[in-house]
Design a protein around this ligand. Sequence first.
Ligand code: NAD
Length: 375
Amino acid sequence: MKIAILKETKTYEKRVAVTPDIVKSLLKAGFTCAVQHDAGEKSSLLNTDYEKAGAQVVADVKTLLADADVVLKVNAPTLEEVAQMREGAVSISFLYAYTQPELVQALNAKKISAFSMDAVPRTTKAQSMDALSSQANLAGYKAVLLGANALGKIFPLMMTAAGTIKPSRVLIFGAGVAGLQAIATAKRLGAVVEVTDVRPETKEQVESLGGKFLSVEGMEANKSEGGYAKEVSAEFLQKQQDLIKQRIKDADIVITTALVMGKKAPILVTEEMVKSMKTGSVIVDMAVESGGNCALSEANQTVVKNGVTIIGESNLPALLATNASDLYAKNISTLLLHLANKDGFKWELEEEITKGSLITHQGQLVHAFTKSILK
Ligand code: NAD
């Protein structure tokens, strides 16, 4: 089977789906690999690195796609790329299918079997294929560094001959994958960290990292299923808002990562709250791409509102492209090797990981959520 690794075309993207090390392991498994010219350049991976690993480097994307059995990318293929894929090929990438009806229709019309990395179930068995987690983890780290860089203060307590500097205070919304890494990073830098989440089970995780968990009365009722938050009551959200209003006034940095799977990001930091924050403080809104947790954040912009810097960087993993590509390449190749061997795909449609991540197959919309969205 021939694998094609495409160069990413999305603005600001620096990652690549497969690294030369992973090319080697795919070749060992019996696949052949061809990579688009300069695909790894922005992750500091040269064409010669891919050639040394045993991949063919191809300049023309049309030639590359014409006979590829499997097409690997970080971001979803473009409509143009889909048009150039051969009928019945397999595509694996982030797809966010529920936000891309036109693309899903195009993949389906071309009878492409499209797997979506963002739909791989977050189960123990699929952990090594979980690209959402590997990328969110790096993003949580980078969010703290971006915030720290925009702040005119240091994080740790520092006693100097000229006086004592108080530690910075970081308030984090959401203690999922990104949030937990943000807590760990902010603590390592010496900040005082407070955290709010709706899931009661996150309290222990936050505390084990040295963060202070902001408990809200009635949390026990929000216990989650499968590690994802479910929608919580308006009454609970109001109590959480009342508590946040008090705590946000003292924060130097706010990092928001709150997400309810399949829903628009909840607005948790209102305009009024931003107005109540200290001049010079910083908000990093990690949820900006799904609508934002802060009412005033703008995607891919850094804006200053009422003296508060609000960072809306929507592709933090791309700012750590070397690590992000390494981890993504491991995730996508593990998924591929789970689904296929050199002779072809197994097509066990009821198998948990296949069922969770396969969106279109043989001209059918096979995923439950595409059926409801593409009516
Ligand atoms: P996750 O599902 O692991 O964590 C989300 C957390 O938010 C959960 O712990 C959930 O309980 C919590 N939450 C839900 N509603 C809340 C509320 N009202 N108040 C407080 N907490 C609440 O998700 P993740 O993988 O950590 O990703 C978090 C966010 O970061 C997502 O929006 C994701 O799209 C985004 N993200 C952004 C970038 C970027 O580059 N900007 C990169 C990766 C992830």
